[in-house]
Design a protein around this ligand. Structure first.
Ligand code: CMC
Length: 430
């Protein structure tokens, strides 16, 4: 392929370099377009725009492929270990035994919240949305760890990353305990990452929650499948905030806010509410599939469709299989799983979904699996955020290591009034 694309504007011809990624993805480099022609490009939701070069995650949306640092997502499903995947994403390769042990020890050392932060929970309404608490508390970590705010120093990065990845569980579990009027359960340094989170969620003083290996593996799997997904909405938010020079805590807190939206991570809550509605007789699966096609209706088939995947999301495939396996092992029967399967079957046969290549995404089956672990619905998106943190951190780190980094600052096409004059109040009509 030629190394340049040629753009003809009037009688001017400009050559634009073509970039090629390791997996053959190609892009026209327009970074000097305005300088050369005075033109900008118009791509409102950035569906055709690469905002960076990245070595972290590869997706082939047509083929349904997802790889972390080159490793297919399917390779992480046997004996899933979220902490290992976090290290891989952040530091670029699989850790050796001592590196993993050292990182795990760092997480253990940082699992407690400052008591000042813990006291803040007393002043939050008991029905506060856990995603609001999470975003605010991650941001507040900057107040308690000011020594880690230096952006370019690798030790500060490692320290801030460990605090975020470790404390996020404590913050999340405390928000659940507060909502239930239950005492906070402190993290247990003897426990592994996921078991410790479940312990903080469900143990009661003098009654330890026993974490079964199936549930621990399932939670590791859920976190791994959410760990990174290249330039999605929340990750782009983290990069945008980070590009202005904001610290890692502030950048990740902004990522949580973006993730909260129902079109993004909040979709896992919408899916389960939709399945519950069908179960309760509020609407049928066929009604759902029909309503999603009505452009005058705000309803969408949540857990379906994706900007990048035009094929089955590989994460949804793994989660669907995990639901079957885990629910059987736990002898837990959930009518919502059957409803989800039926809904999927109907949608995949419907011309609307076929023509638009709309398939189940990661959020379609994750809620059913989380329910089997007794995670309440309003904590689903929080679980997504816990999983996504290593991805945000890896992307923030990559951004800061890029010598060509500049503040993220798109342009616009102004469509407002042409120049007009200020009119004093007394002279205004009507
Ligand atoms: N239900 C009904 N119609 C849909 C859906 C859906 N779930 N998803 C896409 N469409 C339609 C869309 O309206 C458009 O129709 P038309 O061509 O007639 O205008 C067509 O399909 C193509 O949509 P698109 O351009 O591929 O969609 P997008 O890239 O703008 O949006 C999305 C992607 C994920 C926001 C969208 O598919 C959606 O709203 N899905 C439901 C919410 C959801 O499950 N979100 C989780 C996404 S995966 C995990 C994550 O990122 O958090």
């Amino acid at each position: 392929m030629s190394k340049n694309a040629v753009l003809v504007v009037g009688d001017k011809k400009v050559e634009l370099p073509i970039l090629e990624g390791t997996e053959g993805e190609v892009a026209v480099d327009i970074s000097r377009l305005r300088q050369q022609t005075g033109l900008i490009t118009y791509d409102p939701s950035l569906g055709n725009t690469g905002i960076c070069k990245s070595e972290i995650t590869f997706i082939d949306g047509e083929k349904g492929i997802l790889r972390y640092r080159g490793i297919p997502i399917e390779d992480f499903t046997d004996k899933p270990n979220f902490v290992e995947v976090a290290w891989l994403l952040i530091f670029g390769r699989l850790p050796n035994k001592s590196e993993l042990a050292e990182f795990s020890a760092l997480l253990t050392d940082n699992e407690l919240l400052h008591e000042g932060l813990r006291h803040q929970y007393q002043h939050i309404p008991v029905d506060a949305p856990p995603m609001a608490i999470l975003s605010a508390t991650l941001s507040n970590l900057a107040c308690f760890h000011q020594q880690l705010l230096a952006r370019q120093d690798p030790e500060s990065l490692a320290g801030a990353a460990a605090r975020l990845i470790s404390k996020v569980r404590t913050i999340a579990a405390f928000s659940y305990r507060r909502s239930q009027g239950l005492p906070f359960i402190y993290p247990d340094p003897g426990m592994r990452y996921c078991a410790n989170y479940l312990h903080m969620m469900f143990s009661i003083p003098h009654r330890q929650y026993l974490v079964s290996p199936e549930v621990e593996d399932a939670l590791n799997l859920v976190f791994i499948l959410h760990a990174d997904h290249e330039q999605n909405c929340s990750t782009t938010t983290v990069r945008a905030v980070g590009s202005a020079g904001a610290n890692l805590f502030a950048s990740c807190a902004a990522g949580v806010s973006a993730l909260w939206g129902p079109l993004h991570g909040g979709a896992n809550v919408e899916v389960v509410q939709m399945l519950e509605r069908i179960h309760g007789g509020g609407m049928s699966a066929a009604d759902c599939v029909q309503a999603a096609q009505d452009k005058n209706h705000p309803f969408r088939l949540f857990g379906f469709g994706h900007r990048v995947y035009k094929n089955y999301d590989p994460r949804a495939k793994i989660l669907k299989e995990a639901c079957d396996r885990v629910l059987t092992t736990l002898e837990y029967s959930d009518p919502l799983l059957d409803i989800a399967r039926r809904l999927e079957e109907l949608a995949l046969k419907d011309p609307y979904f076929i023509e638009r290549k709309l398939y189940p995404n990661v959020d379609f089956y994750s809620g059913v699996l989380l329910r089997a672990m007794r995670i309440p619905t309003n904590m689903f998106t929080v679980c997504f955020a816990i999983g996504r943190l290593p991805g945000w951190i890896a992307q923030w780190k990559e951004l800061h290591e890029d010598p060509q980094r500049r503040i993220l600052r798109p342009r616009q096409i102004y469509t407002g009034r042409a120049e007009t004059r200020y009119v004093r109040m007394a002279d205004r009509q009507g």
